[in-house]
Write a protein of this length. Sequence first.
Length: 489
Amino acid sequence: MIKAVLLDANKTIEDCGAIESHLPVIFSGIAEHIRDKGYSILEKDIRSLHDKFRVLHGNSAWEYHPVFWRTVVHHAWNGQFTDADVRDVYNQFLDFYIQTIRLHDDVLPTLRLLRKSYRLALVANGNADRLYRLVSMFKLNNFFDCIAISGESPFAKPDPFPFNYALSELQIHPEEAVMVGDRFTTDIAGARALGIRTIHISRKAYMSEFHGKPWLCPDADIRSIGEIPSLLENSPTSWVSTNASSYVGNEAVTDAVIVCGGKGVRMGAITSEKQKCILPLSGIPMLDYLIRSLVAVGCRRMFFLLGHYGDQVKRLVGDGRSYAINPVFLEGPYNGTLHAVASCFSEIRGPFYYLHANVIYPTRLLEMLWSRYSATNDPQIVVVNTPKKIGHIRVQSLNDGIVTGIDITTEGGPAFGDLFLGVALYDKELFSRFAHYNGREMAELAVKKSLNDGRRIYALPYEGRWKHYETEGDYNADASCTPSVLVGW
């Protein structure tokens, strides 16, 4: 049940077109202000710098940001200026800004209506001085229970912090919120990564480009925030995004099989009463990070292959609502990972992520995996070039990534090939002959058999950071660190 609406500012509630038409007057006024201080600059000089910024750095509203005005001051003062000079000129701009800025016509009526049934938060990237002037001008504090502006912290969307801050202030869970914004890479991707529902707004004057990747696809699309109240009358599961039909290649891989039943004997005493994937990194179970990465790339149904202390996994995941997922717990006992995959074969709907729960890596790796699969429609195995001894298969491949050999004994070592990281994207065809298998082999036997039958399978070489927790030493070295520190989450 949705309890809160998080709203972006720029182009979502704020009508940026209003200030664009006034830029010549604004630039002329600021040029005059600078000349009054004894420095030489003309309106056309500021316009030229503004045009140059847009050519070099993208077509953004650079006048909103102090970095642009610092460049103006540097030009006018011939490099001999102070931070106070920059603040003075930027404040001059803000004085003009507050005289010209407008909200879209649908904003205040919609906020009044939403306020009756939902908690509201403004979650915006930008300069805090500017945005608080906007808030003050239109008395938005009367509507928003929480305001999270990137300029007040070290973090901007899509980083989790602005969203998590709003959730904590509103005292709600991710599945109880919806984020409304105009940018796929910040508003949509950042909220999706936390399991927050998303609505993309694309007003007629501000069409955004959809990049065709599932981690950027919103739950719904609107042209006006006036559409939000009626949309919220229906369950989010019934929402439809027109962007979903715009995928380049395949749609999101919605299923994942997560191996999380190992006893962790090499972990020693720390796993004698705990499942190793539940061990905390900076206080948060490592499995939590994996689930959130899967949610970020569009995965919603996860099969947890349980074993040793499987009840701890079930308690963490629960009914899945806190992650916005549909969990399926498979408790075995299983003779091997191939037997475990076979047990859920009939329920898997198509391609699926296959993951070991004691490995962490940036979400970007799953995005790379989906992109490669989307381009080839062939199974993908993530491999790393490392001498580290881990009980995973070794893989030989050609320069184009096509796998030529697999050492399923796990004894071949670096001389045989690259190490399987425990991250893959498989399809049902690989496992069709093993649908009723109950032997002791690992799941990669199916991959090797298919390879021997002539099936094309790709190795995806990964050169980024990763961590595999197999021994007590592995874990103790990192237990107090967050994944963002360990692998650049």
